[in-house]
Design a protein around this ligand. Sequence first.
Ligand code: IPM
Ligand code: MG
Length: 379
Amino acid sequence: MNYSIALTPGDGIGPEVSSKAVDVLDLIGDKFGHIFNFVELEAGGCAIDSTGEPLPASTLEAALQCDALLLGAVGGPKWETLPGNLRPERALLGLRAGLGVFANLRPAALLPQLKDACPLKDDVLTASHPEGKANFDLLIVRELTGGIYFGERGRDGDGRSPESSAFDTERYSRAEIERVLRVAYDAASKRRGKICLVDKANVLESSRFWREITMETAAEYKDIETSYMYVDNCAMQLIRAPGQFDVIVTSNIFGDILSDEASVLSGSIGMLASASIGAKSAVKKYPAGMYEPIHGSAPDIAGKDLANPLAAILSAAMMLRYSFSLEKEALAIESAVNKTLDSGLRTKDIASRAKNTANEKIVGTNEMAAAVIKALENG
Ligand code: IPM
Ligand code: MG
């Protein structure tokens, strides 16, 4: 099969990590008889430099023609002083909205090889794990194209007077809530069958609406155990007892915050991939899909062969699974990553906190990616 993939390497470490994901996909193509055609596009700071806009219309148009989008990372100090609507981050928001990828899947699990990179003590992990293991494996399903990120915003007054004000609005329609809940429930039915709605229903009307609709949806999914948790409590439970969670479903802003928190537990944000998916349209073969590492552009380590390429590589695996239903191929990538970690290779961010690192070898981006490729070739 032929697949067309829009590639927006972006800024900072984005190009170096996404190019490794491309290498891995090329090899998967050779091994399994697929052709991946990459269409390289500009988005983020690099697009600002060349066109003056973070998301040129031509980028979005071309991305909409492709079967899926792979993004590196966007942003950097160079563009930080620009006004909000011209910052590189606008490219991310514009791509999410433009592609209609309303459900963001952010898995966070503790791989046994990275146990020492997790800041939680063993007894904290075991206490909350259903089988008493020092482990956790959760999936955050974050609503991605609604809520306060996209709601009405503005300023009143001159900005100097005491009554001057600024506002952003959290507004969700029933349709927006229902569709992301479906994705979350479907994900839970393929996992351990548990879902937790995270909200602030003790204060916010929009959260109460989420709760009502979740209760209705829960009644349809009788095999799934549904629970409800306030977001402040969830922030605490994640570091107190992460093993209790299977799928967390939540709004755009709460998902943003909680997924960063969860990433620390898995050892490093440099390990975490994400998939953003939308509806299947009548005109396209595959559902809308955008894949990116959770980490940012890390300008301080860009170009130094220090970045962890695994989140980008694992994002490519998610693309194969969620956009193209190529499960075997996705598993091949994940298993190659596993073998590489088994062999003791670590980029700096996932090196053990313990002093005894005798069986670990600290490597750079290139060596890490080369090892994954080798494991794939031999696998
Ligand atoms: C993320 C990021 C983005 C977000 C920023 C860069 C706009 O933090 O993908 O989590 O807030 O969604
Ligand atoms: Mg974030």
